[in-house]
Design a protein around this ligand. Structure first.
Ligand SMILES: Nc1ncnc2c1ncn2[C@@H]1O[C@H](COP(=O)(O)OP(=O)(O)OP(=O)(O)O)[C@@H](O)[C@H]1O
Ligand SMILES: [Mg+2]
Length: 401
C-alpha cells in the first residue's frame, strides 16, 4: 500500500477519518445546541478522560456540528498556557464576535460588544492589549473582579448571539490546567448566564480529575454542567475505527486480524490508529492478515513507547521518573500514595509529595480519591514496568531518595 495514502491518524488532536463510538455524545450535543438556539435551557458539557481517548478530536467534531448549525465557535482552544485565563477568554470572545459579524449584518451591535471585550481585557492586570479598534465600554466587564467581569463578558456574547438566531460556543481543551479561582469564575459566569436562557454554551474537555476540580472550586458545579466520561471504545466501535479508514481506500481486514488488533489495543483510540498506520505501511496486499499483525507488533510497541509513553515520561525530572516507577511497581490501580512513598524509598510521604504534586501538575498522574493515585496515560504502568522498572533507578543512583 502507498505510504502517502495512509488514512490513519495517530497523534494528538489529529482528526480520524471516522470518529468511532461517539455517536451518543454527538447526538447529545446536537440536542444541546438545538435547545439553546430555540430559547430553551440546557447545561454546558464537560468531557473527561485519559490521555489519547479522543477528547480533542471530539471537541473538533462538535465544532463542525455547531458551525453547521450556524453557531459561531472559538475553535478548540487549549487553556492554561497564559498566566491569566482571562486573556484566553478575551481572545475567544473577540473571535466569536468577529465571526458573528461576518455571518450576520449586526456590525453596530458587535462593535459595542467588542468595546466590552476591550474593557474586559484592559481590566486584566497582566493582560495583553488586544488590537480592537472600537471605543472601550465603561461600567461593564471592567471591575477587575474576574467573576463579575467574566459574567458580563459571557452575557454580552450571549446577547449578541441571540440576535443571530443561532448561538455562540466556547470550546475549551485541557481545562484541568486552570487553577481553582479561574474554574470558580467560569462556574459563576455560566451559572449567572444560564438563568437568562441565552444561546451561549461551553464544551470543555480535560483529564479525569476535571469534575472534582470544578466541584472543589464551586460545590454547585456538579449541577451546573453535564459531565460525560470518554472511555475506551467498545470492541464493536474499536473494530469500526480500525477497518473503516482502510475500507474507504479499498483495503480489507481478515476478521481474525481485526479482532487481534482490537484485543491488543484494549479500546484505546490512539493505539488503534498506531496499529492501523503500521499495518497499512507494512502489509503487502489486501486483506490484512494476522501474519501482518504479528509482523508489525514490535514496530507498534516501539512507536508507542517513543511517541505516546516516552514523550510523557520525558516530561518528568529524574526524581519524578523514579516516583513513577515506584507507583508502577505497586501492581494495579488505585495506587496508594503512602505505599508509593515507601516503594520510592522515602521515610514518609512528605519526602515525595513535591514529586507527586509536580506530576499531577504535569498531567501525568491524578488523584481519584484522597490518598490514591492513578496514571492519566492508559497502560502506562505496563510501559514503565517493562522499560523503566524501579530496580533500574536503584542501579543508577544507589541511595533511596
Ligand atoms: N472515536 C475515535 N475513533 C477513531 N480514532 C480516534 C477516536 N478518538 C480519537 N481517535 C484518535 O486517537 C488519537 C488521540 O486523540 P486525541 O488527541 O483527541 O486524544 P485526547 O483525549 O485529546 O488526548 P490527550 O489527553 O493526550 O490530549 C488520535 O490519533 C485520534 O485520531
Ligand atoms: Mg487532547
Amino acid at each position: 500500500m502507498q505510504k502517502r495514502e495512509n488514512p490513519y491518524t495517530p497523534g494528538a488532536g489529529r482528526k480520524p477519518p471516522n470518529l468511532a463510538g461517539r455517536d451518543g455524545d454527538l447526538e447529545n450535543f446536537q440536542a444541546l445546541i438545538e435547545r439553546l438556539a430555540a430559547g430553551g435551557y440546557e447545561r454546558s458539557v464537560i468531557y473527561s478522560g485519559l490521555r489519547g481517548v479522543g477528547k480533542t478530536v471530539l471537541l473538533m467534531e462538535l465544532d463542525v456540528l455547531a458551525s453547521e448549525a450556524g453557531w459561531a465557535t472559538t475553535d478548540v482552544q487549549e487553556v492554561g498556557s497564559q498566566p491569566d485565563f482571562r486573556v484566553t477568554f478575551a481572545r475567544m470572545a473577540a473571535r466569536l464576535l468577529r465571526e458573528m459579524s461576518r455571518r450576520h449584518r449586526i456590525r453596530d451591535r458587535v462593535d459595542r460588544a467588542l468595546g466590552v471585550v476591550k474593557a474586559f481585557s484592559l481590566a486584566v492586570p497582566s493582560g495583553i492589549q488586544l488590537k480592537i479598534d472600537v471605543d472601550t465600554a465603561s461600567g461593564v466587564a471592567d471591575s477587575g473582579d474576574p467573576e463579575q467581569d467574566l459574567t458580563d463578558l459571557i452575557r454580552e456574547i450571549g446577547e449578541v448571539a441571540a440576535t443571530t438566531g443561532a448561538g455562540a460556543l466556547f470550546l475549551i481543551d485541557e481545562m484541568h490546567n486552570l487553577d481553582a479561582s479561574s474554574l470558580a469564575a467560569i462556574c459563576i459566569a455560566f451559572q449567572a448566564v444560564s438563568r437568562s436562557s441565552l444561546p451561549v454554551a461551553m464544551a470543555a474537555a480535560g483529564l479525569p480529575d476535571l469534575q472534582v476540580r470544578l466541584m472543589s472550586a464551586k460545590p454547585y458545579a456538579d449541577r451546573l454542567f453535564q459531565y460525560r466520561e470518554l472511555g475506551r471504545l467498545t470492541d464493536a466501535a474499536a473494530r469500526i475505527a480500525l477497518i473503516t479508514p482502510a475500507a474507504t481506500r479499498g483495503v480489507d481486514f481478515e476478521e481474525d486480524a481485526a479482532l487481534q488488533v482490537v484485543r491488543e489495543a484494549a479500546g484505546y483510540p490512539y493505539f488503534i490508529q498506531e496499529y492501523g498506520r503500521e499495518l497499512w505501511n507494512e502489509a503487502e496486499a489486501s486483506p490484512i492478515t494476522t501474519a501482518d499483525v504479528n509482523a508489525v507488533r514490535e514496530i507498534v510497541t516501539d512507536s508507542l513507547a517513543r511517541n505516546f509513553f516516552g514523550t510523557r515520561f520525558q516530561l518528568a525530572t529524574d526524581a519524578e521518573q523514579r516516583y513513577l516507577a515506584a507507583l508502577a511497581s505497586l501492581g494495579g490501580p488505585p495506587y496508594r500514595s503512602a505505599e508509593a512513598a515507601l516503594a520510592y524509598g522515602a521515610k514518609d510521604q512528605r519526602g515525595v509529595s513535591i514529586h507527586r504534586d509536580a506530576l499531577i501538575q504535569k498531567g501525568i498522574i491524578w488523584s481519584p480519591r484522597r490518598g490514591q493515585l492513578d496514571f492519566t496515560v492508559p497502560l502506562f504502568a505496563e510501559y514503565l514496568r517493562e522499560n523503566h522498572p524501579l530496580a533500574s533507578f536503584d542501579e543508577a543512583d544507589g541511595d533511596g531518595a
